[in-house]
Design a protein around this ligand. Sequence first.
Ligand code: ZN
Length: 432
Amino acid sequence: MLDPYTPDVGSSDLTIDHYDLDLDYRIGPNRLSARASLTGRVLQETKTIVLDLTGLRVTKALVNGKRVRYSTRGKKLRLTTDVLPKNQPVRIDISYVGNPQPAIGTWGDVGWEELEDGVLVAGQPVGASTWFPCNDHPSDKSKYRIRVLTESEYTVVSNGELVDKVRKAGRTLWTYESRTPLATYLATVQIGRYRHTQLEAEDGAKTSPIPLGLYAGEHWPKASTRLQVQHSMMNEFIERFGPYPFDRYDVVVTDDELEIPLESQPLSVLGPNHLGEEWEAERLVAHEMAHQWFGNSLTPRRWSDIWLNEGFACYSEWVWSEASGRSSAHECAQTWREALADEPQDFLLSDPGGPDMFDDRVYKRGALCLHALRLAIGDEDFFAAISEWTTKYRHSSVATSEFLTCISAVAGRDLAEVVHPWLYEEELPELA
Ligand SMILES: [Zn+2]
């Protein structure tokens, strides 16, 4: 088992360097006909390659150009090959068809989902296999080329850069390339009747050095105004967290309301219900942007370290609260310290358990742990350490121990004692 938090997915027997996905998708009937070419290596001698694939029918499978036997059971696709020695490079070609649907499980519906008029992909944590065969675990980050052929009235948004868009007999083929490594749960396709524009900065605000794009349909007027605040947000986050790790940031606003916003790379997906003027909406805009550093560029090697995503993204909300003239981060921390004191103190931030990995305590206690560090070493060292963290581990996989080493090095002292009660004990510590 690769990860006890997601026991049904992922394999430690192989690593994928590149996914080349060719999707032919018909929106009305929700019909997908696709080919996936995966290149990577087997990590130990084997005659079997196991990939994750959910609810789709395989029509052909090749390994290193040779047709192989395959079988599907549950969410697994099993390929039987000649013996492949350890470290053997492999190329796996899978043709598959079906009506993609979200997978229902511990974390609700995840994966490919039809909207009223389009598509949304919500991959976290185990939804990628609902639309392509993969090694569905964040420790195996890969580069991608994603091509989608669909009806021309629709806009397709995916990861990385749009490198080509051509019309083909009334339909349009969109090609995106992600040259920075991407975790499977962040791989995405968003389809809708969207127009794409660049967001302008608010009057008098400094423009972000990173292009900020918007994809929206019927809610474009509101979104294009409300999301202007992202220019100031981006400037603040770059100053606090270090250079932005990608070359653009886009937000997709769906026509349908969404229960929660979704993070992807380098984009986020919001519903029209997340565009209000109230703090509850704006904090989510900040939260999703912060995931580009925390979660996307720096991705936990194990799901048990999910606080490295959510604790940091939640703390970014408090940083933005302070920067935008609302409550200071310290006030936010005090409020949430008090609120958490009324919650059951029966979980470990360092190991919340699979079913509870998105429990609100992971977010708030994670942010409190960061604030405790900030109080211990002061603003200057704290933000220097965060910048060092995001720079040194840019585009890679990370663990809590590496964060502690990094921040201790910047502070010039061992900070294990400060973080230990927050991370490794159940009882909620006092804020110093
Ligand atoms: Zn989050």
